[in-house]
Ligand binder design. Structure first.
Ligand SMILES: [Mn+2]
Length: 301
């Protein structure tokens, strides 16, 4: 397991990346904005003993993004759920919805998107798809760009493990400071990154709202996948009449990676804040962010 060094956004130990010669030099950082907003909201609430600031969580996310830029990140994109509901709610009645999300948290979803846009950080607010799908799509697009040396997906969400490729597309868990490459995905889940949707379909995902198949745990699921491969290739008798249900759960667990979010990684290069960012930061009761953004290093041409 390779540890993130908090000040090292080029990740020396994984430098090999895609393994091509000197032409690929861009490290792309894709951030799960919805996860970050939740993380900051509940972290701040604990810290302030239950009191919420109107823009506190959004400011926390802006601070995180700005800190990454200050520490050397040049190409950054943030995916957000503009609404929680997506096409998956039409496939499975129990799929997660926005019900039960704290109003004080929900009220910061759209201000965060506005703030990131004014900071001139690439932001993808998702409606029909989820933020996870945007991360998968952005990872695919960035990985296909010849200038890309590595793609880092900043989320602890196990769904995104399916996007990992060798040491070239990796998942980074900010809190545990772990970088998950394909070897680490196999060590943690017992299956290749490509088979993560099959695994999740069998074991279910309570956070996303589908149960998996009763009686099949992680170990059994990984063993079945090791023996038979993708769910579609399982012999009919293995899942019996539950096959269709398993395939439906696999559809829920499979991230869509075909959203046309950008043409080239140049679209993710950070070139400095918009003029409206400093007034916005002041309105969010975080005026220092405006000054920091003005001084943060911009991506080389
Ligand atoms: Mn997810």
């Amino acid at each position: 397991m390779v540890q993130v060094r908090s000040s090292d956004y080029s990740y020396g130990p994984l430098r090999a990346g895609r393994g091509t010669s000197g032409t690929s030099d861009v490290i792309v950082h894709l951030i799960d904005g919805t996860y970050e907003l939740f993380r900051h909201f509940y972290g701040l609430r604990r810290f302030r003993k239950g009191e919420d600031l109107p823009f506190g969580a959004a400011v926390g996310v802006l601070n995180t993004v700005l800190q990454m830029i200050e520490e050397g990140a040049t190409h950054v994109g943030v995916a957000t759920d503009h609404v929680i509901e997506s096409f998956r709610n039409r496939l499975w009645a129990g799929y997660k919805t926005g019900d039960g999300i704290e109003p004080a948290l929900l009220a910061q979803f759209h201000p965060l998107e506005e703030a990131l846009a004014s900071l001139r950080v690439a932001v993808w607010p998702m409606t029909e798809l989820e933020a996870d799908d945007a991360l998968a799509s952005a990872a695919r697009l960035a990985a296909a760009d010849a200038r890309t040396e590595r793609v880092c997906i900043w989320t602890p969400d196990k769904d995104l493990a399916q996007c990992v490729r060798d040491t070239y597309v990796v998942q980074v868990d900010r809190r545990s400071k772990q970088i998950r490459d394909a070897t680490a995905v196999r060590a943690k889940f017992g299956v290749d990154p490509e088979r993560i949707p099959d695994l999740l379909a069998l074991v279910g995902d309570s956070a996303d709202g589908y149960p998996g198949l009763a009686g099949i745990g992680r170990v059994t699921a990984a063993r079945l996948i090791a023996r038979h491969g993708a769910l579609e290739d399982f012999p009919p008798e293995v899942l019996g009449e539950r096959r269709e249900l398993a395939l439906l759960f696999k559809e829920l667990a499979t991230l869509r990676s075909d959203a046309p979010l950008f043409d080239s990684v140049d679209a993710l290069a950070w070139r400095g804040p918009g003029a409206e960012f400093a007034p916005l930061a002041a309105r969010f009761d975080a005026p220092r962010l405006g000054a920091r953004a003005a001084q943060a290093p911009v991506a080389p041409p």
